[in-house]
Design a protein around this ligand. Structure first.
Ligand code: ATP
Ligand code: MG
Length: 269
């Protein structure tokens, strides 16, 4: 098997910054082909930024980002567009088009990217909606949907083109327990049914570990650990233990850096 096929996404020695703030320093991550890879890490560590590097929205300062065999940063606009057609994305906000019905939201990528005849589009959309249990809601407008239903429609839309790579940004956040269970199950089922690769970005440890085949833990601008969920749970690395077990203090200190407390109190007394 060629190297290209072993990893669907290869982040190689990447540096990235926003203004003065370094987000990544020399980060290397190989996302294996097929299954669910979960990227975890504390808020603000750069998880969404990583998805933006993968989709080519951001360019690294140094290093390479290879996706589905293409080096993203060197692609011409048209080639990047072609590559993005092979990726499905679901954002935390669901980002449904509010003027379009549920049906038209799912049909949107098909109408934009293909010349498929209307009856075929109809069948594909109904199949995708059936997969997420919302065929009956096809005529609803997004404003009529609950948060959990909107997330499911966004999932159906992300899979409309049968993508080779699915990217999910915080798919579990803000859902009630039942919707959470449904989304978790659907991400797993759809990844397996489409025999595709899903990258799920989350800070939700329980859900993340429950669906992951591979886990990548980010922090301090680098990859702290990777492995199967069990390997991470068994890890003795203090940072891994602190994050997975939700310990309030550890390598990531409870206190934001400050000058001496006693000194500061006495200063004004
Ligand atoms: N466009 C931007 N310009 C400047 N700084 C940014 C920009 N986008 C993100 N940041 C900063 O970069 C850091 C990483 O952001 P990112 O959104 O990737 O984190 P995250 O891990 O997804 O966080 P969360 O779990 O809260 O979603 C954060 O400190 C954020 O404030
Ligand atoms: Mg984020």
């Amino acid at each position: 098997m060629s190297e290209q096929h072993q990893s669907v996404v290869a982040i190689e020695a990447v540096d990235f910054h926003f203004g003065q703030k370094k987000i990544y320093t020399n980060v290397t991550i190989q996302i294996p082909s097929h299954g669910v890879s979960v990227i975890m890490g504390p808020s603000g560590c750069g998880k969404s930024t990583l998805l933006n590097l993968i989709s080519g929205r951001y360019k690294p300062d140094r290093g390479k980002v290879r996706v589905l065999g293409c080096e993203v940063n060197t692609l011409r606009e048209n080639d990047l567009f072609q590559l993005r057609r092979r990726m499905g994305m679901m954002f935390q906000s669901s980002a449904l088009l509010t003027d379009l019905s549920v049906f038209e939201n799912v049909a949107f990528p098909l109408r934009e990217n293909t010349d498929l005849p209307e009856p075929l589009i109809r069948n594909l959309v109904l199949m995708k909606l059936e997969q997420v249990g919302l065929r009956g809601a096809q005529d609803h407008s997004p404003s009529e949907l609950s948060g959990g239903m909107a997330r499911r429609v966004a999932l159906a839309r992300a899979t409309a083109m049968d993508p080779d790579l699915l990217l999910f940004d915080e798919p579990f956040t803000g859902l009630d327990p039942i919707s959470l269970g449904i989304i978790t199950k659907l991400v797993r089922e759809i990844t397996d049914a489409l025999r595709t690769t899903s990258i799920v970005v989350t800070h939700d440890v329980e859900e993340g570990l429950s669906i992951a085949d591979h886990v990548f833990l980010l922090g301090r601008g680098t990859l702290l650990a990777s492995g199967t969920p069990q390997e991470l749970l068994d890890s003795n690395q203090p940072e891994v233990r602190q994050f997975l077990h939700g310990l309030p203090d550890g390598p990531v200190p409870f206190h934001y850096p400050a000058n001496d407390y006693r000194g500061q109190i006495l200063e004004h007394s």
